[in-house]
Design a protein around this ligand. Structure first.
Ligand code: GLC
Length: 436
């Protein structure tokens, strides 16, 4: 295991950009800084190089907008290996966007709060780490305030995403239902992702038309949150995204208590937390499916599909013990067969399942890491260990890929790791799992 850990550390060192102080998710395919990648990468670094972990977070937060928003991609460098780049996204259209960095005008799952707590947990010099946390924590709080003020039009404690790229699970079959409600124009553009990765593992041209069209609508209104809430054809309450926010709320409360002197913020976080958890349990749990699902706020209807996101609330302490137990049964029944690695990103019993294609079935290490920690927290130690062992095994067999075939027999002949290779969060989270 020492050898695997050293290899993971090499991957992280290779993707680190010293001039600016951040990590790319992987070369060629993703040449900039991504929001939730950075957070998860910092967890990996904190085990062997705390200054880099801190710099990763500082650089990310340096790109925060004047309204608390944190963008999903920060374009630190010029690169023509990626489409759509800064000239398409035009973050400058928003009056409060960063003057220092070009970015997208959309965000990603808010992992930063719980990442700060992880840094503190892993730190061997708690005093120094707490000092660092004091310099950044208010920015994370401000980001949560942005979400509750601007992304919750019905005041439910649940925030929406307006683009599939905000979800982090970019090409999930769940979005197919939304695409069916839209008819975007045909765009002319040159894809870059399919020059780096097999097209069979990536979204189609027509899917990209939808992605670009939603951005165009937002740009027409200078990325105004109000207008987006009113007009975007994509407006979804996503259980993974909201679970990340709730988990991060919990961490901010704990960290502010450690720091002291922040009673107002703690009180506000507790208010958000109570309301969010209640609505999450009432609105996003589907009794018949036996797990959490997405809700389409634009068309006011539940999106009744099982995915690895359905189980992510375990990580954020959202379900009761009884509910957690029944969710785990559903997970083992549908995703945990002996021929499957845990945990496929989409329901393996569904017609829409595709174990090779980007978020339509493959196993992802970040979701596994959350699941592992969530299962452990609720006392499902055997299943948690299986998630951990499966994660280690697929990486040992294939390398640090972006995603992996969930079918075990595919790993016996040839490549079963897909997307980018030497992928940062796969490496970072394996370092964390191996350091336990
Ligand atoms: C893909 C993933 C997204 C991730 C990005 C960079 O777009 O879907 O979650 O942040 O790659 O790794």
């Amino acid at each position: 295991m020492e050898e695997l850990k050293n290899k993971a550390i090499e991957v992280l060192k290779g993707n680190w950009k010293d001039e600016v102080g951040f990590s790319i998710p992987c070369a060629n395919l993703y040449p900039f800084q991504w929001f939730w990648d950075s957070g998860l990468i910092a967890i990996g670094f904190s085990h062997f190089d705390m200054p880099k972990a801190e710099a990763e977070i500082e650089t990310l937060l340096d790109a925060q907008w004047g309204n608390g928003f944190i963008p999903h991609i920060i374009f630190h460098t010029e690169s023509d290996t990626y489409f759509p780049g800064p000239d398409f996204h035009r973050s400058d259209l928003h009056p409060l966007s960063s003057k220092k960095y070009k970015s997208t005008g959309m965000t990603q799952p808010p992992v930063t709060g719980f990442v700060l707590e992880e840094l503190y947990r892993i730190s061997t010099d708690k005093k120094a780490t707490l000092k660092f946390l004091e310099t950044v924590i208010d920015k994370v709080y401000f980001n949560h305030e942005y979400f509750y003020k601007n992304r919750d039009p019905q005041n439910e404690g649940l925030v929406y995403i307006y683009h599939n790229w905000e979800s982090g699970t970019d090409n999930s079959p769940i979005w197919d239902d939304i695409w069916e409600t839209m008819n975007p124009p045909e765009y002319t553009f040159e894809r870059r992702d399919t020059t780096h990765v097999d097209a069979a593992e990536r979204p189609s041209k027509r899917e990209y038309d939808h992605y670009l069209y939603i951005i165009d609508i937002a740009k027409e209104h200078n990325y105004s949150d109000e207008k987006i809430a009113e007009l975007s054809p994509f407006l979804v309450q996503d259980p993974l995204f909201n679970a990340m926010l709730i988990k991060s709320n919990e961490s901010l409360i704990k960290l502010y208590e450690l720091i002291g002197n922040n009673a107002d913020k703690i009180a506000q976080l507790k208010k958000w937390q109570e309301k969010s958890i209640q609505s999450f349990n009432n609105k996003l749990f589907d009794d018949e499916i036996g797990a959490y699902i997405h809700y389409d706020l634009r068309n006011e209807k539940p999106l009744r599909y099982l995915s690895s996101s359905s189980f992510s609330p375990l990580f954020a302490n959202i379900p009761s013990k009884e509910r957690a137990a029944s969710m785990v049964n559903v997970m083992m029944d549908k995703f945990g067969g002996e021929h499957q690695y845990l945990c496929a990103s989409f329901d393996p019993t569904s017609e829409r399942f595709n174990p090779k294609k980007y978020w339509r079935g493959p196993v992802w290490i970040n979701l596994n890491w959350m699941l592992y920690n969530g299962l452990k927290q609720y006392g499902f130690l055997d299943i948690a260990n299986r998630v951990k062992q499966d994660s280690i095994e697929i990486i040992e067999k294939n390398g640090f890929y972006e995603y992996f075939d969930s079918r075990k027999d595919m790993h016996n002949h040839g490549k079963a790791g897909y997307g980018g290779n030497n992928f940062s969060w796969s490496a970072a989270l394996i370092v964390d799992l191996l350091n336990e």
